[in-house]
Ligand binder design. Structure first.
Ligand code: BTN
Length: 332
């Protein structure tokens, strides 16, 4: 595990090499300038290389920074972070069971508002409604702890606000048009490209905190993924933002999402939830169509009318309007 608040020696060596990109720096020079032993310099360089950075070395000349890693290491995120509070503390794992479970444990502690837990790969990723979430290398899998300032009546808008934030980030950074599927799936051409999970802790009519789990198929082999998912409930096709061979990095999208999320949450605090509902609603194709909603009370069929002020999906059925908060929607 790496965090944004340790590994000071390693970061010192890395930053120095990176800021002298065109130069060779000897182990002795690095040791003198950074005031760490030569053995420590050597150990840090070994570690830096193992993280995917390319550091060239030449006898008698020393080390030269060639290229950065693709991994979402905490100090790589912190470099370009433009948020007020989200992402100021980061926990990074090469592999974890579930970032959501780790974040839920952290959330019980005090100063973790805005903390992000991120992993290259999850072995026991969790989806909505107790489903499994397939999370191999190449995806963006993370959870964010938020202690919100807004009222509890906004809790049901969190999934809509968060999925809207992700749509905006994807479109701004990658110019890929995305849509939403109620309550918080992100789709491209009708196939799922990202999903979200909200675990809220509510005490005495107050949202103590919530953990937002985000899974984005960033650069994933989707045929492999389809094989794993196609027999499950709620499967309607999966897709990935990019192909495995595409040379594209996840850092920009991740950083932009944190900015957009902070913005929509701020809107909730400023009581502007109707704006969020409106923008979200413009991105779905289900209104006025026949839909089936799989709820814990069984399947409800009817016409999707709108999302109301509390984030409930309104369905016009033969026996009148139904307000639905939890379920999976499919057209037809
Ligand atoms: C869904 O559409 O069912 C929600 C998927 C949420 C997956 C993310 S990946 C990061 C975080 N950790 C988990 O175990 N799940 C969420």
């Amino acid at each position: 595990m790496f965090t944004s608040f340790d590994n000071i020696g390693l970061i010192k060596v890395l930053n120095f090499l990176e800021s002298h990109e065109s130069e060779y720096l000897s182990g002795q020079d690095l040791s003198d300038i950074l005031k760490i032993s030569r053995v420590a310099v050597w150990k840090h360089i070994k570690k830096i290389r193992s993280l995917g950075y390319v550091i060239e070395s030449k006898q008698k000349r020393g080390y030269k920074f060639v290229s950065a890693t693709d991994k979402l290491l905490p100090w790589e995120i912190s470099k370009n972070l433009e948020t007020k509070f989200i992402g100021k503390r980061i926990y990074y794992f090469d592999e974890i069971n579930s970032t959501q479970n780790f974040a839920l444990e952290l959330a019980t502690k005090n100063n973790e508002n805005g903390t992000v837990v991120i992993a290259e790969k999850q072995v026991d990723g969790r989806g909505r409604l107790k489903r499994k979430w397939y999370s191999p290398d190449g995806g963006l899998w993370f959870s964010i702890i938020i202690k919100p300032e807004f009222e509890i009546s906004n809790a049901t808008i969190i999934p809509l606000a968060s999925s809207l934030a992700l749509c905006l980030a994807i479109e701004k950074i990658h110019k890929i048009k995305v849509n939403v599927k109620w309550p918080n799936d992100i789709t491209i051409d009708g196939k799922k490209v990202a999903g979200m999970l909200v675990d809220a802790s509510i005490q005495a009519n107050n949202i103590e905190n919530f953990v937002l789990g985000v899974g984005i198929n960033f650069k994933i082999n989707t045929s492999q993924m389809e094989k794993n998912l196609k027999d499950g409930s709620n499967f309607y096709g999966v897709t990935s933002l990019f192909k495995i061979q595409d040379k594209v990095n996840k850092k920009k999208l991740f950083n932009q999402f944190l900015i957009e999320l902070e913005y929509v949450l701020d809107n909730l605090t400023k009581r502007k939830k109707n704006e969020i509902i409106k923008k979200w609603s413009n991105r779905t194709d289900m209104f006025e169509k026949r839909v089936k909603i799989n709820t814990n009370k069984g399947i409800i069929s009817g016409h999707a009318k709108k999302i109301d002020d509390e984030g409930a999906l309104i369905i016009k059925t033969k026996s009148g309007n139904e307000r639905i908060f939890v379920g999976d929607v499919s057209l037809g």
